[in-house]
Design a binder for this molecule. Structure first.
Ligand SMILES: [Zn+2]
Length: 141
């Protein structure tokens, strides 16, 4: 079993005695290789709806919560086409989530839609440039 050590940012495997410090390196471990084989034996075809492809199969993490000691149910078998599609959809989802966090602010005489992070950066930039634009949160409804 691989254990993720968040303080040292490393993943250690008791079985294979491997220690890795990044996700990219994790994907090259014997532990991950064995886990992939186990998943492929259990689900030897793409699990995407209406696809049963057995070509070019990838193992996809549905969650990274148990990275290093994943349950087989944390993983799903996908053909390359659907693996790419799922990651594209996830990127799109994250983009929409970020967009929904934007709120309107009156900055000087301009209305800007900002995420809390962008607002923080703007205030910091103002301070650095030693200028103080008036920033007012606008009401939304
Ligand atoms: Zn597929």
């Amino acid at each position: 079993m691989l254990l993720l050590n968040m303080t040292k940012r490393s993943i250690y495997c008791n079985d294979t005695k491997e220690t890795v410090t990044s996700y990219t390196k994790y994907l090259k471990t014997v532990h991950w290789h064995n886990l992939r084989v186990k998943k492929l034996l259990k689900n030897p075809h793409c699990e995407y709806k209406d696809c049963d492809s057995i070509d070019d199969l990838n193992i996809h993490h549905k969650t990274y919560k148990r990275l290093g000691h994943e349950k087989l149910s944390d993983l799903t078998t996908l053909c390359k086409k659907h693996h790419v599609k799922i990651h594209k959809e996830l990127r799109q989802k994250r983009k929409l989530k970020r967009k929904s966090k934007r709120k309107p602010y009156l900055v000087g005489n301009k209305v800007l839609k900002l995420t809390p992070y962008r607002l923080y950066k703007l205030i910091k930039k103002n301070k650095l440039n030693n200028k103080y634009e008036k920033i007012t949160k606008l009401k939304t409804n």
